[in-house]
Design a binder for this molecule. Structure first.
Ligand SMILES: Nc1nc2c(ncn2[C@@H]2O[C@H](COP(=O)(O)OP(=O)(O)OP(=O)(O)O)[C@@H](O)[C@H]2O)c(=O)[nH]1
Ligand SMILES: [Mg+2]
Ligand SMILES: [Zn+2]
Length: 300
C-alpha cells in the first residue's frame, strides 16, 4: 500500500493511505542501517507500507519515495551537516493578510513571498476581513500582487464569503499556511474544513535534548490535500536569503533581469540595467522595489 506520513512521533509514524485509512507505522530495520545526512522519514514523505497487524492497524514502512522539495533546517555539529526535514513535499504557500485590523504591512507580505519563492513553493495570497472595508478597497491595495502574477483571493471569514475559491485552490495540494497574527488564519481554516481547529505556526517537539526537533503535521482535507501545521517560516530560517539570490524571488525583477547587460547585475548601479528600465517604465512598482532594496541590505 502507498500512503503519506501525516505525523511523526519519536519512533513511529502515522501514515494515511490513498484510500484514506490511517496506519501506525514503524520503519523497517533495513532502512535505518544506511548512513543518513537527512531525516529518514519526515512528515509529507510518500511511503510504501506493508501490513504488520491488521487489527491493530500497525504497519511497516518498507520504502520511502524521493522528495520533490523540503522545508528543513541544517543541524550543525557532529562532524558533518545533517538536515532536519520539517516537512517533505510541500506544494503551496497560502499567505494570509487582512485588509484591516491589523493594518496590512506590505513589506512583511513581501518577506513571506520571498520565503515562499526561496522554498520553490507555488504561492497564493488570501486577503481576509474584506467586510471591514470593501473588496474594491482591498483590490486597490493588493492588485499590485495580482499584476506581479500571484493569485489573490479576497475573503471574509466573518461573512463566510470567498471561501469556496480557497477550498478549490487547496484541493490535492500540501499547503503551508503563513501570515501575521490576528489576520484570520484559524477562522479561515475552520471554514474551509469545519472542525479542523489547528494552530498554524505552533510547533511540535519530538525527541529529547540534542535530538529535539520540530516537525510539521499534516491535516487531511476532505476534498483531498492537506494543510501543513508548520513552525513559522522565520523559524525555518527562510528569512535568511542571500542578497545575490534575491532578484530571483521577485517575479517582476526575475522577468526583466535577462535583459540586463551584465549577467550578475545587482540592478543597483550597473549600466544598461533592464530592471532599472522597468522601474522607470512603471512595470516594477516603487514599493516592491523598496522591499527589494531593504531585503538586499539585510533590513528586516
Ligand atoms: N471582521 C472580521 N473579523 C475576522 C475575520 N476573520 C477573523 N476575524 C477575527 O479576527 C480575530 C483573529 O482571528 P484568528 O482566526 O484567530 O486569526 P489568526 O490569524 O489565526 O491569528 P493567530 O492564531 O494569532 O496567528 C478573531 O477575533 C476573529 O474573529 C473577518 O473576515 N472579518
Ligand atoms: Mg490562529
Ligand atoms: Zn540589472
Amino acid at each position: 500500500m502507498h500512503g503519506i506520513v501525516i505525523r511523526v512521533y519519536s519512533d513511529f509514524f502515522d501514515v494515511q493511505t490513498q484510500q484514506g485509512e490511517l496506519w501506525q507505522c514503524k520503519v523497517q530495520g533495513r532502512l535505518k542501517k544506511q548512513k543518513q545526512r537527512t531525516t529518514l522519514v519526515a512528515t509529507g514523505d510518500h511511503v510504501r507500507i506493508e501490513i504488520d497487524d491488521e487489527i491493530a492497524r500497525s504497519a511497516i514502512i518498507v520504502e520511502i519515495g524521493p522528495r520533490t522539495r523540503v522545508l528543513s533546517r541544517l543541524r550543525p555539529g557532529g562532524g558533518f551537516p545533517y538536515e532536519d526535514v520539517i516537512l517533505a513535499n510541500p506544494d503551496e504557500l497560502m499567505t494570509v493578510f487582512a485588509v484591516a485590523e491589523p493594518e496590512p504591512h506590505l513589506r512583511m507580505l513581501d518577506r513571506f513571498l520571498v520565503a515562499g519563492e526561496a522554498s520553490e513553493l507555488a504561492i497564493f495570497i488570501v486577503i481576509n476581513k474584506i467586510d471591514l472595508t470593501s473588496i474594491a478597497r482591498a483590490r486597490e491595495i493588493f492588485e499590485v500582487y495580482e499584476r506581479v502574477g500571484y493569485p489573490v483571493f479576497y475573503t471574509s471569514a466573518e461573512h463566510e464569503s470567498g471561501i469556496e475559491a480557497v477550498q478549490e485552490r487547496l484541493r490535492d495540494h500540501i499547503t503551508v499556511v503563513a501570515g501575521p497574527s490576528g489576520v484570520g488564519k484559524s477562522s479561515l481554516i475552520n471554514l474551509v474544513e469545519p472542525g479542523l481547529d489547528i494552530r498554524v505556526g505552533e510547533t511540535m517537539k519530538i525527541g529529547k535534548g540534542r535530538h529535539t526537533t520540530r516537525a510539521a503535521q499534516l491535516h487531511p482535507l476532505s476534498n483531498g490535500g492537506f494543510i501543513a501545521d508548520t513552525p513559522g517560516l522565520r523559524e525555518l530560517g527562510l528569512w535568511d536569503v542571500r542578497p545575490q539570490e534575491l532578484s530571483d524571488y521577485f517575479p517582476e525583477i526575475r522577468r526583466h533581469a535577462p535583459g540586463c547587460r551584465f549577467s550578475f547585475c545587482t540592478h543597483l548601479h550597473e549600466p544598461d540595467c533592464a530592471v532599472q528600465a522597468a522601474l522607470d517604465a512603471g512595470e516594477i512598482t516603487p514599493e516592491r522595489w523598496h522591499s527589494y532594496l531593504r531585503l538586499y541590505n539585510g533590513e528586516k
